[in-house]
Structure formats: C-alpha cells, structure tokens
Design a protein around this ligand. Structure first.
Ligand SMILES: [Mg+2]
Length: 260
C-alpha cells in the first residue's frame, strides 16, 4: 500500500478494531501500536466513555511516554477529546442538557411499558448510563464484560441473536418520542441516544478541526464500514477507509503501513 506512506494520521475505531468488544487491548496490539506511534499520529474514536477508554485502552497501552503526544483519544463518538500533555487532559466535552437527559429517561420507561419489555433478572451494572454527551441503554448492563470477561461476551452474542428485532423496535419507538435527538442501535446490546448528527463522520470532522490535519492525510480503519455498520458514516467525509475483520487483521494492516 504505497500511497499509505503519505498519510500522517491513522484513525482507528476501538471496539472490534483495536480490541475485542469492550475487552482490554492485547499485548501484541500494544506493541504494534507503539511502533506505529513512533512514525505516525494516531487517533482512536469509539462510542464508549473516557472511563471505558482508560480501562480498555490507555491502561493497556505499554508505550514510551514520549510517544503519547502522537496519540489522540475521542471517546463517546468524538463528543469528547483528550490529549496527552504530562497526563491525559480533556480538551472538550459536548454534553446533553439536563432537560434532554430527563426526556430520555422518561422515553425509555414509556417505551418499555408499551412493548411490555421486562429486563432480565440478572443485570451487570447500570442499564441506562449517563455518558455526558450520550445516554446509553445496555440491555444486560454496562459491566457485563468487565464483570464476566469472555462469558460476558458470549452472553451479549446470545442476547443479540435472540433479541435484535426487539432492540430495533424499541430504538424506533424511542426515536419517535425523541425527535430532537438521535437514537442509534449501536453495538450488540446497546442503544445510544445522542444529539443529532453524532456519528463517525462527525468524529472524523472533529479530528480534522482539532488536530488541524486535512482529511486527505488520514486513513480510517474500522470493523463496521459495511452498509449500516457504525463506522460506515466515516465514508461521507471522503476519508480513505480500510475495513478490518478484527484486531488480528488490524495488526497486519498496521504492519503494512509501517513498511510502506
Ligand atoms: Mg467497532
């Protein structure tokens, strides 16, 4: 991939791209990213909170401190931005208003009542989480993977197989009740509610604006670039994209970039 040598910024989705879903970054990925940070700037964008990024990504990245100036973190789909300057510093956070959050809470209760949804007996952590710029409803609880590890991932997959039509129905009904907000049936077992227009395209444009790097100098690597996937919106910006099937393939892509 010779044209990749000219790209100065590599943008990665987090879940399913750099790390398994909601699971920690693995040591081989940490080594590969560390090598990449010595040559390129790297931005990571994901739906999870900064807290989740710390747990899953930052704390697992074993890399010389001097290289962290090349790493840029965009949690909650780039509605927040953190950069490293003698520690991780928040640059901005665009949050929902109190009123908007209250409307979301009410809409969730109303819609569940209407469809007769009864949550499973066992829930791991909070279901409706206030992520500042985003409200996220997780059907099995936010911490199912943090608490159960691989078993949690399996539970999520099983739930997804059984309940995706129900999840989409609930998401559709929530959207009708919250016309001024945007409802995304993101991830496996989650519904995210954000301000309008918050997607990976917004993310790429925020990255361009705050890092002052033109989109033509970026590459976006994600596991859900297919139509309907939560990375697909990135394509609207014209950014060069490279699809990946998961962290293993992402490592091979990074190695190609390093050799280019
Ligand atoms: Mg992903």
């Amino acid at each position: 991939m010779p044209s990749l040598s000219k790209k100065t910024l590599i943008v990665f989705d987090l879940d399913g791209t750099l790390a398994p879903t909601k699971s920690p970054l693995e040591p081989d990925m940490s080594r590969t990213l560390s090598a990449l940070l010595a040559q390129k700037k790297v931005a990571v964008i994901g739906g999870g909170t900064y807290r989740q990024f710390r747990r899953q990504f930052i704390s697992r990245l074993d890399c010389p401190r001097g290289l962290l100036k090349n790493l840029f973190i965009f949690p909650t789909t780039a509605t927040a931005f953190y950069r490293y300057d003698k520690g991780w510093k928040n640059v901005y956070a665009h949050t929902l208003s109190k009123d908007e959050k209250q409307k979301v809470r009410k809409a969730v209760v109303d819609v569940f009542k209407k469809v007769g949804y009864v949550p499973p007996k066992k829930i791991y952590g909070k279901t409706l989480e206030d992520r500042g710029s985003q409200m996220s409803y997780s059907f099995l609880g936010q911490d199912v993977v943090a608490k159960l590890g691989k078993k949690g991932v399996r539970l999520k997959e099983e739930w997804t197989k059984k309940n995706t039509p129900l999840k989409l129905k609930i998401a559709g009904m929530l959207q009708k009740k919250l016309p001024e907000l945007e409802v995304h049936a993101a991830g496996f077992t989650t519904i995210d509610i954000t301000k309008q227009g918050i997607d990976k395209a917004y993310g790429v444009r925020q990255i361009e604006k705050y890092l002052r790097i033109p989109i033509r100098d970026m590459v976006f690597i994600g596991d859900a670039l297919y139509p309907g996937g939560n990375d697909a919106a990135a394509k609207k910006t014209g950014v060069r994209t490279i699809p990946t099937s998961g962290p293993k393939e992402t490592i091979r892509i990074i190695e190609k970039i390093l050799k280019s």
